[in-house]
Design a protein around this ligand. Structure first.
Ligand code: C5P
Length: 408
């Protein structure tokens, strides 16, 4: 087993164990994490204690195991707040359907759910349950809600289950969980101290008070990018057109409506921006004379006069000292050719392209990144995963460019 975390950089995690047969495998995970110089504080739910005894985790981690929100012992004082305060991560494995439903809805009626709610560190969960429970729309709804909230979902995998059925719902293997935890702890906060400005969603250009021109953009990708940038330690400002999404926990959230509003918000922020990521689907045109009154319906033909909108990304990238700029392109055809043209036209070090028909409104996408080194395919995955991969790539190019500037 590779040891990625050295004793000098010891990290702390809270290991939450909920009620599932896979809890016995997590005892091995607790042992491996401890062996890899990661301090493990185990918190178990009541149901978890039916599957495996707290004493097992206590022996393997060398630390007392917490199970009860109501314990009055002094060392337990306000455990629901203190336990996650100095943790780098909370990992919940196995995560039962019941636990997932609770945290998706902000419930906090036991120690583990309470400390998940009172945390400011990253939360990773490894679901494990019967395949029908996993596939149930309620569980899928809860998981998708958690993804939007920035929780990282590890697995599940497909295979034979404890109940004898075969399907999705097996917890990931312990080795895979260990590797993910280690790489998350290491890659964590690469962008600390950097200001990232993200635009997301569509813009809305009024024609009259009840009608307008807009684009088919849900905002999911832009919000995921903002979330991934927060996870990487950056200070994030999110400028968003109208969406139905709850904004991620960014440093500054600036809701806007039209392209002109978006440009104004970007202009106000740009002087202190290190990295600008333009995910917004900005409307290319706006109505020349938006009517103050509702235009009445008639049998006559109606001609709308449209004026081109400013290209916000082009404006930023053409500044004398632009931040590191990342563009997005949703194309219906000739992805490669169109992306290359767009990258050159807008003078971008990096452009992420995807197929409009596959990505718009979807929770998943395949992304192709175009930069000076060619193209890099990010195979289909949930948007939050793609966003994390993108941020990782941005971070590599950003620091390369800066090293180059320092040499010049
Ligand atoms: O619409 P287009 O395909 O040109 O968009 C490519 C990139 O340019 C995207 O990153 C988008 O956010 C940005 N853009 C912009 N202002 C516009 C149009 C596009 O910032 N008016």
């Amino acid at each position: 087993m590779t040891i990625l975390v050295s004793a000098e950089s010891a990290k702390r995690i809270v290991l939450g164990v909920t009620g599932g047969v896979a809890a016995y495998k997590v005892a091995e995970l607790a042992r491996l994490l401890t062996q890899n110089a990661i301090e493990v504080q185990t918190v178990m739910t009541e149901a978890a204690c039916q599957f495996i005894a707290p004493a097992t985790f206590q022996s393997l981690t060398g630390r007392p195991v917490y199970t009860n929100l109501w314990e009055t012992n002094a060392s337990y004082n306000m455990a629901h707040i203190h336990l996650s305060r100095d943790a780098d991560m909370i990992l919940v494995a196995p995560a039962s359907a019941d636990f997932i439903a609770k945290i998706a809805n902000g419930l906090a009626d036991d120690l583990l759910t309470a400390l998940c709610l009172a945390r400011d560190c990253q939360l990773l969960i490894a679901p494990a349950m019967n395949r029908q429970m996993w596939e149930h729309p309620a569980t899928q709804r809860n998981v998708s809600r958690l993804r939007q909230d920035g929780v990282r979902i590890l697995g599940p995998a497909s295979g034979e289950q404890a109940c004898g059925e075969v399907g999705m719902g097996r917890m990931l293997e312990v080795d895979e969980l260990l590797q993910t935890v280690q790489s998350c702890l290491l890659s964590n906060r690469q962008l600390a101290g950097k200001n990232i400005l993200v635009t997301a969603g569509p813009t809305y250009e009024a024609i009259d008070p009840v009608r307008g021109i807009t684009n088919k953009s849900s905002g999911k990708m832009g919000y995921a990018v903002a979330q991934a940038a927060v996870e990487a330690g950056a200070s994030v400002t999110l400028v968003s057109g109208p969406t139905c999404l709850a904004p991620p926990m960014v440093n500054k959230f600036l809701p806007v409506v039209s392209a002109a509003d978006m440009l104004q918000a970007v202009q106000a922020e740009i002087s202190h921006t290190d990295i600008f990521i333009s995910v917004a689907a900005v409307a290319d045109y706006r109505s020349v004379n938006a009517s103050q009154q509702k235009i009445k319906k008639s049998d006559k033909q109606l001609t709308l006069e449209l004026h081109p909108n400013p290209d916000i990304l082009m404006w930023v990238a053409s500044l004398p000292e632009p931040p590191f700029c990342v563009g997005f392109a949703a194309e219906t055809d000739d992805l490669e050719q169109n992306a290359a043209i767009k990258r050159a036209q807008k003078k971008l070090p990096l452009l992420a392209a995807n197929l409009a028909q596959e990505t718009i409104g979807s929770d998943e996408s395949e992304l192709v990144l175009f930069d000076d080194n060619g193209e890099h395919v990010l195979p289909k995955a949930p948007k939050i995963e793609q966003a994390r991969r993108l941020i990782n790539h941005v971070q590599l190019l950003y620091y390369q460019e800066h090293q180059q500037h320092e040499k010049d």
